[in-house]
Design a protein around this ligand. Structure first.
Ligand SMILES: [Zn+2]
Length: 242
């Protein structure tokens, strides 16, 4: 039988409490949503008290859970697979459960942990309603780096600054590499500024005017390779041009 909205609301509140309690104030949380199965079904073996059907990571776990529940009650043609799945559970009277899988200190760690958990659960035979096909396949180091860069490029400048991530521009005609530090943008730019936006604004090579290729690197690693002053020069040069 379908559920009453009040039941759904109560479950959401309970999951938010659970998340708050288990995350213990960590900045990032990796979580799974679980199907409780048939009424009375026991999950004695294994780490989950339900069947995992989704893996996610968030820096605002309680809001994220609220969004999952809200969007599942208002499906539209663009609805994500996970929300369709939750809606199906609601329709047969099942309330999702939550497992906090891991916590992380940075977005990069959080993204990597999400991928690792997703792959592990799929290997264990669980069907995930994640849209990302990357979770379903094992990646080589190069592919993994590209994937992480892609996911990290949508992180906020403030997050990148906290993690010490810098943007590296490489000119295809051979002009010298440029480093852009998102930290330089945090103070005077809008709060929701994303790394990809900074990269595209600074993409043009001052030497030839062509668009550079860019990737993300670790500030400390670069500084140890090239020296901190070099990093500063490049960054301020690029800033003036931005
Ligand atoms: Zn150039």
């Amino acid at each position: 039988m379908p559920l009453y909205p009040i039941d759904i609301e109560k479950r959401l509140k309970a999951l938010q409490r659970q998340a708050r309690h288990e995350a213990e104030g960590a900045p990032y949380v990796i979580y799974a949503l679980l199907d409780p199965g048939e009424p009375g079904l026991q999950f004695a073996e294994g780490p989950f008290n339900g069947i995992p059907f989704y893996v996610g990571q968030s820096c605002e776990i309680e809001c994220r859970l609220g969004r999952h529940f809200r969007k599942s009650q208002k499906l539209n043609p663009d609805s994500q697979m996970v929300h369709r799945h939750i809606a199906r559970l609601f329709a047969i009277g099942r309330l999702p459960r939550l497992a906090i899988l891991e916590t992380a200190q940075t977005r990069s760690q959080s993204l990597m942990a999400e991928l690792r958990w997703g792959q592990r659960l799929m290997r264990d035979g669980y069907e995930l309603a994640n849209t990302s096909p990357d979770i379903g396949r094992i990646m080589g180091v190069e592919e993994l780096t590209a994937w992480l860069d892609f996911r990290r490029s949508s992180m906020l400048a403030s997050e990148a600054a906290r993690e010490g991530i810098v943007i590296v521009h490489t000119c295809t005609c051979g002009h010298v590499n440029r480093w852009i530090d998102p930290a330089d943008y945090v103070a005077c730019w809008p709060k929701r500024l994303r790394v990809s936006k900074i990269a595209s604004r600074t993409q043009q090579c001052p030497g030839c005017g062509e668009d550079c290729e860019w990737w993300l690197d670790d500030r400390e690693l670069l500084a140890s390779r090239f020296g901190p002053s070099y990093l500063n020069t490049c960054s301020s040069l690029a800033l003036r041009r931005a």
